[in-house]
Design a protein around this ligand. Sequence first.
Ligand code: NAP
Length: 269
Amino acid sequence: MTNYAEVIGHPISHSKSPLIHRFWLNQLGLVGEYQARDILPEHLDGYFRERAADQEWRGCNVTIPHKIAALDHVTDLGDVRSSIGAINTVFRGVNGILVGTNTDAGGFYGPIADLPLAGETAVVIGAGGASRAVLFALGQADIGEVVLLARNVLKAAGLLSHFGLKGRVLPLTARLPDSALLVNASPLGMKGQEPLEIDLTPLPEHAVVYDLVYAPIETALLKQARARELEVVDGLEMLVGQAAIAFELFFGVAPPDDEENALRELLLK
Ligand code: NAP
């Protein structure tokens, strides 16, 4: 019996998940496989029916455009639908039931878990799916105030209320407030997207700048932050973090944590 997991989406060829999970399977010497599957929206129901009956299938990561629709095919034990609103992982729970969860929030939070953020101000750029996972995580971290910079300020204000966060919404062109953490959760600065134009001058010396964008890995935002000698976190850290949580849910063991540099090299090739 060969246990396996997958990543499903449409399109899917760009996904880095197979590289990450296969790397860990190899490092641990586990007998298992991880594949990418291009699944059209109209085939999602059939996909889950088929896989539910296949005991070798340990679960799947879920990406665009299935992150919301997949909720209809799983048990939502953690009430993800009413919080983050989308799942990125399906795994087999007790008695083999298919459980949906979202590992993006944990993947985001891991690299900043040791920061003394309680009571501090964080700035988050963007009000889409990634921003929802970030806001959920910041809410758990007892953050003082969240300043959400977005082009659609009404949508952003709704998000702050949804997560019960204290804070305010500003347009993307606003001057940054004094804050301990700046997170770019928008595609601005990503290859093929518009640049992120932002002045980091108002940030204090202890501020951390976290860019979720990982293509390119060294974004203009991170370069600007390094030039000011601010601490930075790049998008690969969250990408690997969310995958690590999913890997353990699929295969029952945590991935090795002493091979991070080799994995980063592989992902940057
Ligand atoms: P999304 O759901 O499409 O949301 C994108 C957000 O950015 C929306 O609020 C959108 O505004 C805003 N936006 C898009 N283009 C804009 C523009 N030209 N000017 C101003 N605002 C703009 O995307 P997502 O899933 O949240 O992903 C956002 C970024 O995070 C992507 O680069 C993605 O690759 C990255 N990401 C990284 C990880 C990781 O593991 N590192 C995980 C998830 C996502 P509207 O609300 O007005 O549409």
